[in-house]
Every structure is written in structure tokens, then in C-alpha cells.
Design a protein around this ligand. Sequence first.
Ligand SMILES: [Zn+2]
Length: 461
Amino acid sequence: MFKSWANPLLAVGFGLALPLAAVAQNGIDYKEQEKLHEIAGAMQADRIENDIQTLVDFGTRHTLSETESDTRGIGAARRWIFAEFERISEACGGCLEVMYVSDTISGEERIPDPVEVKSVIAVQRGKTDPNRYVMMSGDIDSRVSDVMDYTSDAPGANDNASGVAGALEAARVLTQYEFDGSIVYAALAGEEQGLFGGKILAKKAKDEEWHLTAVLNNDMIGNIEGINGVINNTTARIFAEGTRMNESEREATMRRFYGGEVDSPSRNLARYIDTVADRYIANLDTMIVYRLDRFGRGGHHRPFNDLGYAGIRIMETNENYNRQHQDLRVENGIEYGDTIDGVDFDYAAKLTALNAVSMASMSWAPRPPAEVEIEGAVKPDTTLRWTPQAEDKENIAGYKIYWRLTSAPQWQFSRYVGNVNEYTLENVVIDNYIFGVASVSNDGFESPVVFPGPAGTFSIE
Ligand SMILES: [Zn+2]
């Protein structure tokens, strides 16, 4: 959120119809977390640069490129990523479970003949709630102008070695800590050929009944010079879709009467990350975009959204289309191609910090509340109810109710209500606000806010 709007006093200044007393009594309190500042400051741009250079040096990482060579092609690239996660794991006493997640794809428009689409993931297992996950992803594969050209040099420095380098750097930093929930660092394959790596991993998560509460897909996090000449390293975009893809017809009807069209779990995940940027990442404002992705385009969060998981895309604000999906060439004095000189490593480190702090905060927090319900029609008061989760027993201090005006983009008010499973906000009329509940750990870490009912749940069960 652009910071001026985050300030409730300024919101009054902008003429929102809030009585001043309400702002002074409510607003949003939070506990400053020193460890999150420490994580935000620990990202190293030079390590991100080295990793992007290493990935670029494989020549092409096209999904259909060769897999035998140790120096060129997608096979060499994924083996290097695997080995790098293993090295990170060695440094923390084996704290990562590193594995390939693959399937053979064929008969598709962009993968006509059988190809093994092989992603690399590393899991940092949580200590009190190991089956709860948050995930950060980037993409291994690259392309040039012709999406089927698997031999030409396709450096893919920004698209999307930057995302993979970010996942590696986040792993280096976060493996120095222990968390309650599990964290997945993923280098996904087959993105440009039809989002296959994401589909394969999303299916695995569902089949294995992971309680996956957040997918932070990073796709192009290093470009700061837009095609229109704008240079900007202080903003980023978070793309978050509206209603859930797996919503039933009955749920859609309920949504018409109870709301939720701007409060999918993906949107509340985006609001959470936006708040993290405001509190912990210096010189970064995030813009939440109420879309699945750029207009008509897609990314690797989508297969997770398709199954109902909360997933968002984090990326630069200003894109340079001369550098995306282009044959390396000079035409009319314009240089085309996704080469490493188009990547700003400090900016990539800043967006990596945003991911790492968001994941750390969620992984120290309890699970987002389950089965949140709300009532209060034709009453002056609003009551919220939710179900305690057994997995949180050791880690939960209590719950916090959030609310905002129906047209406000970010949560405006909150009240910590203790370790109860029902609370009535007196003299707060249900009709005039959107409500949600977050869980709070003993150390004050908060989960994302959960909007009541099926429209807002972070669970796909
Ligand atoms: Zn791309």
C-alpha cells in the first residue's frame, strides 16, 4: 500500500467518513519484531548476482533443451540448483529436504514430444506444525522469441533467474532460524511451456494434503527501467486474484449476500505482504493489483490458485518488453534480449527480503484461523466465531479481529481479543464494514487475516 493511505489519520484527512474518536481508539496496533528487521537486512545482492550469472552461463534453460551436458541446458541448470540447495543445507546441519518433483509431459502444444519437467524444491521443516507450508518460487526455464526454439542462447536473467536466485538467497538467510511452520523454496520448471512445473507441484501438495497457506511466486524481480524510460527501484507489484477458482455455484450465491469478492485468501495474503513492506522493508511501497496477473498473462502461482490455494505474484513495477522473450539482437539501434546487464541486484535483494520477511512472519505465527463465521444482521453488534486448530496449541496466544470500510483497500481497525473462539464487537454494525480474524503467536507474530466463510478460507479441505 502506498504509505500515506496506511496512516489512519491521513485517511481522515482524505475525507473518509470516520469520526476522529474512532480512529484514535482503534487503528491497527502491532508488535515490532526485531528478528524481522534482522532478516530484512541480511539479503546479499552480490550472492543474488552470482546466482543469476551462474544460471545465465548455462546458455539456455529452455524446457526442451538438452539435459546431458554439465555446462549447457536445463539439465545442468537444475542439477546446479539442487547442489546449491544441498550446500545451503550443509551449512545448517542438514535442515533442508532437497528433492526433484517431476513428471513426463507430452502431447501439449508447447511440449509435443515426451519431456521430463523437473522442478527442484527444498523444504525447511517447521518444528511445531510441520505439515503447514508457505512457499516462495521462481522459474528455472528461459526462452527467446520462438517459444519452441530450444537451442539459441536464452539467458533469462530477469525472466526468471532473478526469481530462482531470490529463492536461493531467502533459503540462505532463513535457514539460520527455526520456524513453527514449514517453508518451501522452489525452482519450478516448464513455466514458459504452459506452467507445468507449478501444476505438478500443486498436485503433489494436494495429494499429500499439505496445509499450504501461501504461495509467493516471484517472476521478474530485477528490472528497474521500464520500456517507457521510467526508472524506479522503490515500488513493486503484488498480483492477487479475486474470487477463488474452486468456488461452487452455491458459494457464489452466498457471496452475493455476505460479500467476499475482494477478500479471497490470495487478496488477504497480498494485504499481509503489503503491510510487511510498510513495516520492515525500507524504501519499498507495494501496489496490490486486483488481478490474477498482468492483463491476459499468467505465471506459476496460477496452478495453485486453480486448486484454491492462496497464491500471488510478486514482481517489478516497470517492465522492459525489449528484454522479455527476445532473440539476442540489435535492431534499429535497440538491444533486445534478457541479459544480466538489465538486472538490478539491489532491487532483486529488496524484493527477496520482502518474500523472506513475509514467510518468516507467517511461519512464526500460528495457522490462519479456520472456519471463521460472522453474524449480526439487524443488530447493532457484530459477532465473529472460529475454530481452534490443534496444531497451534503450543504457539497460540490469541486472536485479533480486523475490520475496514467496504471500499477501503487495507485493514483499518483491529482489536486483540485474547484466546477465545467467539467475540462480539459492540456497536460496530456488520453492514458497514468488512471483517476478518488473524491468529497471534506467543511472540506476537500474526497470521494473514481471514475473511469469514468459504470465500475467505485459507484451507482447501
Ligand atoms: Zn517469461
